[in-house]
Ligand binder design. Structure first.
Ligand code: ASP
Length: 437
């Protein structure tokens, strides 16, 4: 039997009107049984998310400043929703408890989590669904990492006792019972965890866009939507994906091969994007999407006979690791090795890293170049299509873009090119135009 888990983002639950839409979506299919709610998001582009207001209250409280105005603003957001929807729910005691906890410097995570806690409570009442507090079903380990096994066992048990339920997103509990949140946007992860525990047929992630686009609309005007993308492809496109779906939201459902459907609350009729384990469906454009990012630097190390020196690469990477910088790629030649790292991480550590590499491998030459942009061209169709790389390079040459770096994994799922940051947009446009019809 089909069972759907739905997660609604902050903009989908920002006010009473959005609550009405959400309820209509949920009630339109009886298999839409478990709902994960975010805190109220922005109602307009200049509005402030409740989560941000809660963080502000926390800051004010620890600096012993007055929280009344900000806290009243938060309260009012919920009161407006309750009044407009005529929900019979009195949250005064809970508001008071939260305000007291702020004044007594309760943890930052506890305070931030109250945004989803309150919103989920209101939604549960409005829908007449059970409310399951995430602290009882989502667990973190002593070291702060997510406890997937315990969560899955306890959550499955709870869900089996409630046919229809709303669960607040974003947080869970530590072994000592205190509240811990995921990173920002973490309600996506909660949705995925619930979908796994419920053995859902699909995890519908409802947001304010109709899925993923083939390229960033800030760089390419009106890019085509992506109908279907695999988990692996989405990981490769993570520069782009993170703005629509939290990067870590893939892992729980990936484990049980549950598809994710990104849907638009304001345009429920749109198909949206399906993120699936595997598919035979190949895009007519060969590529699935293009994503990129500026702000990288390369550290190039040259030394004759490098290829014969056992452990050379490991020693270089060890220096970078010891300086707590994570690298993005490391293309190499016979006598050269290049490590690509985010410029902002390199800046503070540059002198230490350079000195460390010199000491570790005694290179003939070592230099840093900045202003690199990376562009990932991703597509499961590339394995079978001949000439994809040639098309990319020709398109870039015709647009007068110099390629500074190339990297292709042997899985042939992606080709990554590095170009000068000044050429970034030109390069994206040239590649998009070449492939997307
Ligand atoms: N409310 C949290 C945030 O703004 C979590 C979420 O919406 O997913 O980051």
């Amino acid at each position: 039997m089909s069972l759907k888990v739905l997660k609604f983002g902050g903009s989908s639950l920002a006010d009473a009107n959005q609550f009405r839409r959400v309820a209509e979506i949920i009630k339109s299919e009886p298999e839409r049984r478990y709902i994960v709610a975010s805190a109220p998001g922005k109602r307009t582009s200049v509005d402030i998310k409740v989560t941000d207001l809660l963080y502000k209250c926390y800051e004010l409280a620890i600096n012993e400043e007055d929280i009344t105005e900000t806290f009243n603003e938060i309260k009012q957001r919920y009161i407006d929703i309750i009044n407009e929807l005529k929900i019979n729910l009195d949250l005064n005691d809970i508001f008071e408890k939260i305000q007291m906890s702020m004044l007594h410097n309760s943890g930052r995570d506890y305070i931030a989590s109250r945004g989803e806690y309150l919103n989920a409570m209101i939604l549960a009442k409005y829908l007449d669904f059970s409310f399951i507090d995430a602290k009882k079903v989502i667990f973190f380990k002593e070291d702060g990492t997510f406890d997937a096994d315990k969560t899955n066992d306890v959550m499955s048990e709870y869900l089996s006792k409630h046919r229809y339920a709303v669960i607040p997103g974003f947080y869970g509990s530590m072994p000592n019972g205190t509240i811990k949140t995921f990173s920002r946007g973490g309600s996506d992860i909660t949705g995925s965890i619930v979908a796994r525990a419920a053995r859902a047929t699909v995890y519908e992630n409802w947001t304010d866009v109709s899925g993923f686009l083939m390229a960033d609309p800030r760089c390419i005007s009106n890019p085509k939507p992506i109908n279907t993308i695999t988990y692996k492809e989405l990981r490769e496109l993570s520069y782009m994906g993170a703005t629509v779906l939290h990067e870590d939201a893939i892992f729980p459902v990936r484990y049980s091969k549950i598809p994710i459907n990104i849907k638009n609350t304001n345009r429920p009729e749109d198909r949206g994007t399906f993120i699936v384990p595997e598919t035979d469906e190949i895009s007519e454009d060969v590529i699935t999407g293009i994503a990129g990012k500026t702000g990288f630097s390369t550290i190039t190390i040259e030394k004759d006979m490098m290829n014969a020196e056992l452990g050379f690469g490991r020693r270089v990477l060890q220096v970078i690791e010891e300086n707590e910088v994570s690298f993005e790629h490391f293309p190499s030649g016979i006598d050269t090795m290049t490590v690509v790292v985010p410029t902002k991480d390199l800046h503070a550590k540059r002198a230490d890293i350079m000195a460390g590499i010199c000491k570790a491998v005694d290179p003939e030459n070592i230099f840093v170049e900045e202003n690199l942009a990376l562009i990932a061209i991703v597509g499961r169709g590339m394995v079978k299509a001949k000439g994809t790389a040639a098309r990319i390079f020709t398109a870039l040459a015709n647009a007068s873009v110099n390629i500074r770096m190339i990297d292709q994994g042997s899985c042939e799922l992606n080709i990554i090119v590095g170009v000068d940051s000044n050429d970034y947009i030109t390069a994206l446009k040239a590649i998009y135009r070449e492939f997307v019809k």
